[in-house]
Unconditional design. Sequence first.
Length: 73
Amino acid sequence: MPVNPKRARVLVWAKERKGAIFYWMSREQRVADNWPMLFAQELAIREKSPLAVLFCISPQFLEATSSQYKFML
């Protein structure tokens, strides 16, 4: 099922290059119903490129506790 075009918009136009598609996960830390990740997956399939999901953990991430980090991981 393709992503609804109303759920996606271009923020910055850049020259397209070949290579992996990266999805930088931030607030939406789930796979199901994650529209930006579904869009990245669609793009990767269309371009026949690998898809990588990145999640950066920082010591001060929204003042998270160790149990919250454990849950995220």
